[in-house]
Write a protein that binds this ligand. Structure first.
Ligand SMILES: Cc1ncc(C[n+]2csc(CCOP(=O)(O)OP(=O)(O)O)c2C)c(N)n1
Ligand SMILES: [Mg+2]
Length: 560
């Protein structure tokens, strides 16, 4: 005879459910709205680590990075109203990046709902467009069921964030309810005949090209991508900030699409007669504003593989749409009888040669600190499994263009271009993988959006190395400003602290680098500091990207 379940508070039922689903880390900023859950987390401290952050945006970014790294939902716990508002930036990132996340929000008590009670927000409305699913748990008895549903939804099909709103009095209710079993990741398989249809197109192609990216990747999927690309000699590029799906040293890797991409890869995709897109949505950044492939029907024939049926046919009408997870699709694609690739042998070799040539720095950029040399050093110095995180901004083009990723997962970047991601992601990455070097790339703008999570790193003994590329401006916007409104600088200049000294006041290691030759020793000291480290890289503000200067952009604009 089964025993009737013991009475527990809602907070306890919630935390027990998290444990059952394999949650080992919760990123949070505390709030009085969920004290009962926090208390249950205190009791579960041996199995679930509570990482207390300094702003909910940082906490949500950490959960997002955790989701990207592990494939498991990253859990963030925040208070109602203000906490949920702050967290939303990381939830938006998770949505656009197809990252599994569970957002737990403390909510006003049930008997005050709909009065605009203290900090009350309707999360169905507010979080609706940011999440795959939002639910308010109105009774503690339903917690096991709804947490289970949330975990399934976060991981199924196209992964993404889900949110549960938790009324505070529900969390203190005592209930006798049974737990569920752990969630299982369910992924769509490949429709019969779909791979054959792709093979038929491929066999007729002259200039095929693969774009890999999006959510739901695993090491097995990456290994199958390599087999598929190799067997059919397919030039394989990476969607925006998804550069770690195929080893960049592999002869079939042809570089990244997106911000800072080589003009050559843009030409290649325009010349391609067949594009096989695996997992990527083909978003605005990857397609250069929907110009490399034009919707709804691109000139290139298109095979589009995506786990969400509603994505297929949304922007592009593919010749062969395939609704499948990347893992399931690639398992079949890797096992497919290879086609005769002799027609595009040269095309493939030329595409690779263009990528390798673009690794070489653009000549003639000014300044004493050469970022290309910094990147060359990191390429040599860091092991294949090092994790690089990036914020959003023009500084990130240095890593997009000049770093070579080997293993998966090693690149954590916001494909929604959300500033403030770099530092929190690095904290989460080093927490998940304490054995791997973690290096964050952040601009001076982004550093003061969430750089205070350095305090979180110090508090929890987490030690990433953070590179702050300082040009004393919101450089990206300044570049657009000079292009569209030359010599009308407005709202884009910044006054900054001395970032190295600022970092030291947190108890971190701090370095300031103004010349190329200072970087390598500063980096060694930082790696060996035994605590979080910040290296401020003072670059010439005229160097606005890996390819050009602000003055060149301005002069070009005046001429045109
Ligand atoms: C949260 C957020 N706010 C604003 C923007 C718009 N934006 C994009 S890049 C950028 C400037 C980034 O400045 P910085 O971090 O210093 O990097 P830089 O471009 O100078 O290399 C801004 C304001 C954004 N993408 N995200
Ligand atoms: Mg800047």
């Amino acid at each position: 005879m089964s025993q009737s379940p013991a009475s527990r508070t809602g907070g306890q039922v919630l935390v027990d459910a998290l444990g059952i689903h394999g949650v080992d880390t919760v990123f949070c900023v505390p709030g009085e709205s969920y004290l009962a859950a926090l208390d249950a987390l205190a009791g579960a401290a041996n199995t679930i680590r509570t990482v207390t952050c300094r702003q909910e945006g940082g906490a949500a970014y950490m959960a997002e990075a955790y989701g990207k790294l592990t494939g498991k939902p990253g859990v963030v716990m925040v208070t109602r109203g203000p906490g949920a508002c702050n967290a939303s930036v990381g939830v938006h990132t998770g949505f656009q990046d197809s990252t599994p996340m569970l957002v737990l929000i403390g909510q006003v008590a049930r008997d005050t709902e709909y009065r605009e009670a203290f900090q009350e927000i309707d999360y169905h409305t507010f979080y609706g467009p940011l999440c795959k699913w939002v639910a308010q748990v109105e009774s503690a008895e339903r917690l096991p069921e709804l947490v289970s549903q949330a975990m399934h939804r976060a991981c199924s099909g196209r992964p993404g964030p889900v949110a549960l709103s938790l009324p505070e009095d529900m969390l203190t209710d005592a209930v006798a309810v049974a737990d569920t079993a752990a969630y299982q990741r369910v992924q769509p398989g490949v429709e019969a005949g779909a791979v054959d249809r792709m093979r038929t197109l491929l066999a007729k192609a002259k200039r095929p090209l693969v774009i890999a990216g999006g959510g739901g990747w695993t090491q097995r999927a990456c290994a199958d991508l390599k087999r598929f690309a190799e067997a059919n000699d397919l030039p394989t590029g990476a969607a925006f900030r998804n550069q770690d799906r195929l080893d960049n040293h592999h002869a079939n890797y042809i570089g990244p699409f997106g911000v800072g991409a080589s003009p050559e890869i843009g030409k290649l995709i325009r010349q391609a007669d067949l594009v096989i897109t695996i997992g990527a949505r083909l978003g605005e950044a990857t397609t250069q504003g929907y110009t490399l492939l034009t919707p709804p029907r691109s000139e290139q024939q298109l095979v589009h593989v995506h786990p969400d049926p509603s994505e297929l046919g949304r922007v592009y009408q593919a010749d062969v749409p395939i609704c499948a997870s990347v893992e399931n699709f690639l398992a079949e694609a890797a096992a497919m009888a290879p086609v005769d690739a002799s027609a595009w042998q040269q095309w493939s070799a030329d595409a690779r040669a263009a990528y390798v040539a673009d690794l070489e720095p653009t000549e003639g950029l000014p300044g004493d600190l050469d970022m290309a040399a910094v990147m060359a050093h990191l390429r040599e110095r860091l092991p294949a499994n090092a994790i690089l995180t990036t914020d959003a901004g023009n500084f990130s083009t240095w890593m997009h263009r000049h770093y070579q990723y080997t293993d998966y997962p090693t690149q954590l970047g916001p494909t929604n271009g959300s500033m403030g991601y770099g530092v929190p992601a690095a904290v989460a990455a080093r927490l998940v993988h304490p054995d791997r070097p973690v290096v964050a790339f952040v601009g001076d703008g982004g550093m003061l959006m969430t750089g205070q999570e350095l305090a979180t790193a110090l508090h929890h003994g987490i030690d990433p190395v953070i590179l702050v590329i300082n040009n004393n401006m919101y450089g990206t916007i300044r570049m657009h400003q000079e292009r569209d409104y030359p010599d009308r600088v407005h709202g884009t200049s910044l006054t900054n602290p001395n970032f190295a000294e600022w970092a030291k006041t947190f108890g971190a290691h701090g370095e300031r680098v103004t010349r190329t030759e200072e970087f390598a020793p500063a980096f060694e000291r930082s790696l060996n500091a035994g605590k979080a480290a910040v290296i401020e890289l003072c670059i010439d503000p005229d160097v606005i990207s890996t390819r050009t200067t602000l003055s060149a952009v301005r002069e070009q604009s005046k001429k045109s």
